[in-house]
Each structure stands twice: as structure tokens, then as C-alpha cells.
Design a protein around this ligand. Structure first.
Ligand SMILES: Cc1ncc(COP(=O)(O)O)c(C=O)c1O
Ligand SMILES: Nc1c(O)cccc1C(=O)C[C@H](N)C(=O)O
Length: 412
């Protein structure tokens, strides 16, 4: 890395109002971690709380913990912490299940709200699980179809047959971000229900779900929320609808009185009805504690830092990389992007393997995309500078071209 880039990065780190947040995370000294959009880093509070919950709560209090340590309402309390980050009212967001399962539940609810319409509109490039779940649900109910269009054609595809638009705000490959208000308005103008996947939005930048008036949203707990591998996800229901939603997965924990053990199902009031079975307390405890890292944090600052990090990284990569070696896939305009940068390059997989071996962890998305996530709470400008310099060096020297680098692993 040249001295001027290092100095510029260090000056931006010194002026960063979120700089103190990094100390809340365990990050290996010798690694630049740019994959928090896939698996967030480990918050020290989560590490501490899991250990306490295992020995003190599970070990000592045993089953009494459901009451004594608030296990029973942990999904609601964790949901409330997430709600603040996505501009949702307390009581509107529940922490539960996986994103895939929450999509199933809310997609089913959305279809039931528009009985005369039977199209689920989504994007061809959406994350596959969203599309697979929709397909499975349509097969199960035996009616309807999934209509897939390119991102640019969403508005034009909103017709009278569309029951629900199921859209991911930030495209997982390119980082391209849809405007929440504008898109929701167009969907509502067409008479359809809006279901957002906020997997790459929650904890990444300012989201104002309440203002958008979107009916439903889901998102992951393990990306920018840092809840750990397989952390439970979240589901949001607009408060005026929460008492009317008919849960397709009607489990005993979503019953109005689970410990009355009634044979018939009566949904709990509000978003609690989206609960299904017993929550994964240890994982949820980790996520609940992880969310402390956002306490007192202004999401507008998170957004501004994510944008500045990515702008700086893109500028450095384009300044240093050999001409024509890669091309930017992410929008150049930071307002139209999540905090990630994607570059297309031939042999991207081998290039990423070399980067990882040299201590810069990003990821590869087929067919040719190098993806770098800049989680604003713990990523520094010096990390961006170092990663850009290393990437440019790997491309310039061609040292990615080693036999072992071309063998794809199961998880990329
Ligand atoms: C947009 C999006 N939705 C959903 C998921 C995953 O859902 P799940 O946590 O159920 O695996 C991901 C990432 O894995 C994603 O990027
Ligand atoms: N959920 C993941 C997993 O269980 C293993 C590896 C990666 C993931 C991811 O989250 C992928 C991610 N949604 C993506 O945007 O590509």
C-alpha cells in the first residue's frame, strides 16, 4: 500500500464517529474481514452472553429459565431491538425461524390477503431461497404462479393479477439497492401487497419500514446484525394487520395461550402469532447481545460510513488495478447501493482464493463476481486501502493462477 493511500485512510478512520464500535468485536489481527454481509463478525457481548446462558441459565436454572431469565419473550425482545434498526414500531417485529421460513409464512399471508389475484412478482436475480420458497408454496396451495422479471422491469410488471411483490431491497450480487418508499408505493398503487427481504439492509443502512407502509418484511440475523452462524431471522408485520394475519405455520408457540394446551388453534394477538415452535434460545441470546453494538448508534451515520468506505475502496481498486482487469458491477452512486462492492473479473474464484490466502476475506459469486462487504460497525478505511492494494497486486502479478485455486469449495 502506498503512503498517500495509507495516510488518507488513517485520516478518515481518525474522523470516523463509529470508530469505537470495532472494539466491541473479536476480529483476528492478521485478517481484513470483508464478508460481514454473509456472516457478521463475533461481538464480544455475544460470546460473553452465550457462556452465561449456557452455564448460569441452562446449567443452573434449568427449565425455570423460561420465566426467570425471560426465555419465553426473548423473540419479542430481540425483535424490538431489530425494529429500531429498520424503522419499525416496537411490537411489530419478531425474531424467529430462518429467513426462508419467514418468507413462507408471510408470502402465504400475503396471498390470502388478495384472493382474486394469484401472481407472486419477483426478480429473476433474487436470492434463490426466496424463489424456491415461493415455488414450493404455490405448489402446496395448488394455484398461482411466480412471475420473474429483471430489476429494471418491476414497475412495468405490476398488473391487476399481482397479489404480492416479493423483493430483496439490496441485490446480493451487485449490491444495487431499491428505493423502499418508491417501490412500495408502486406496488400499492397496483393493489398488491409488499413483502421485503431486508437480508442485506438491516444493520447496513437507514431503513424506515413504518414510513414505507410496506405490509411485510423479513431479514437475516447473521449478516449485518452479527448474530452468528444460523442466527434466527426476523419477521415484520405492519401493526394494523398483525391481528388479522392467518399463520400458515400454526404452531403451539404462536397460540394465544400455549400453556393451556388446547387442541384447537387460536392465534396469539399481534406478531407473536408468527411464532411456530420452541425458539433456539442460545442462538437468540447471541443475537440479542450482538444487537447491543447498535445501541446509541445513529443509523444515518452507519449509512454514511458504509457509503464512504465503498466509495474509497472502489476508487482505490480502480486507481491501482491493471487497466481492464476488472469492471465494477455495483452502482457507482452510493445512494443506490448497500455497503458492498462487486467487481466482475475472469477467474474471479481463483483471484478470491488468493486474496483469502493472503488475509483479505471477501467472497465469490458465480459466474465471475468478487464481492466485498463493508460492515460499517467494524470495518476501517485502512482495511479498504489494504484490500484494494492486495487485489491490484494479485491481478498485476497473475499469481492467482495456481492449480489449487481453481477447485471450487462447497461454500464460497
Ligand atoms: C436475500 C437473502 N435472503 C435470504 C437469505 C438466506 O436465508 P436463510 O437464512 O433462510 O438461509 C440470504 C442469504 O443466505 C439472502 O442473501
Ligand atoms: N447463509 C449462508 C450460509 O449458511 C453459508 C454461506 C453463505 C451464506 C449466505 O448468507 C450467503 C448470502 N446470503 C449471500 O448473499 O450470498
Amino acid at each position: 500500500m502506498d503512503e498517500s493511500a495509507r495516510a488518507a485512510a488513517a485520516a478518515m478512520d481518525a474522523a470516523d464517529p463509529l470508530a469505537d464500535r470495532r472494539a466491541l468485536f473479536r476480529l483476528p489481527e492478521d485478517v481484513v474481514y470483508l464478508d460481514g454481509n454473509s456472516l457478521g463478525a463475533l461481538p464480544l457481548a455475544a460470546e460473553r452472553r452465550i457462556a452465561e446462558a449456557v452455564s448460569g441459565e441452562w446449567g443452573e436454572s434449568l427449565i425455570r429459565s423460561w420465566n426467570a431469565h425471560g426465555w419465553l419473550d426473548l423473540p419479542a425482545r430481540t425483535g424490538d431491538r431489530i425494529a429500531r434498526l429498520i424503522g419499525a414500531a416496537p411490537g411489530s417485529t419478531l425474531c424467529c425461524d430462518s429467513t426462508s421460513i419467514n418468507i413462507f409464512k408471510l408470502l402465504a399471508a400475503a396471498l390470502a390477503m388478495r384472493p382474486g389475484r394469484d401472481v407472486i412478482l419477483s426478480e429473476r436475480g433474487n436470492f434463490p431461497t426466496d424463489l424456491h420458497v415461493a415455488e414450493g408454496l404455490l405448489g402446496l396451495i395448488g394455484r398461482g404462479r411466480l412471475h420473474l422479471v429483471a430489476r429494471a422491469d418491476i414497475a412495468g410488471a405490476l398488473g391487476p393479477e399481482v397479489a404480492v411483490a416479493m423483493l430483496t431491497q439490496v441485490d446480493y450480487r451487485s449490491g444495487c439497492r431499491l428505493d423502499l418508499d418508491e417501490t412500495t408505493r408502486a406496488v400499492h398503487d397496483a393493489g398488491a401487497v409488499m413483502l421485503w427481504d431486508l437480508a442485506h439492509s438491516a444493520g447496513a443502512f437507514r431503513v424506515d419500514l413504518a414510513t414505507s407502509r410496506a405490509e411485510f418484511a423479513v431479514g437475516c440475523g447473521y449478516k449485518y446484525l452479527n448474530g452468528g452462524p444460523g442466527a434466527p431471522a426476523f419477521a415484520y408485520v405492519r401493526p394494523d394487520l398483525a391481528d388479522d394475519v392467518a399463520p400458515a405455520l400454526s404452531g403451539w408457540m404462536g397460540h394465544a395461550a400455549p400453556f393451556d394446551f388446547e387442541p384447537g388453534y387460536r392465534p396469539a394477538p399481534g406478531v407473536d402469532r408468527l411464532r411456530v415452535g420452541t425458539p433456539p434460545i442460545l442462538s437468540m441470546t447471541a443475537l440479542h447481545a450482538a444487537l447491543e453494538a447498535f445501541e446509541g448508534v445513529d443509523m444515518a451515520q452507519v449509512e454514511a460510513k458504509g457509503r464512504a468506505l465503498v466509495d474509497f475502496f472502489i476508487a482505490e481498486v480502480e486507481r491501482l488495478a491493471p487497466p481492464g482487469a476488472l469492471s465494477l458491477v455495483s452502482p457507482r452512486d452510493g445512494a443506490r447501493r448497500g455497503p458492498q462492492a462487486a467487481f466482475a473479473t475472469p477467474n474471479g474464484y481463483a483471484v478470491m482464493q488468493t486474496l483469502i490466502a493472503d488475509g483479505v476475506i471477501g467472497d465469490f459469486r458465480a459466474p465471475d463476481i468478487l464481492r466485498f462487504g463493508f460492515a460499517p460497525l467494524y470495518t476501517r478505511f485502512v482495511d479498504a486501502a489494504q484490500a484494494a492494494a492486495l487485489l491490484a497486486d494479485i491481478l498485476a502479478t497473475g499469481r492467482w493462477d495456481r492449480p489449487g485455486n481453481h477447485v471450487r469449495a462447497a461454500v464460497t
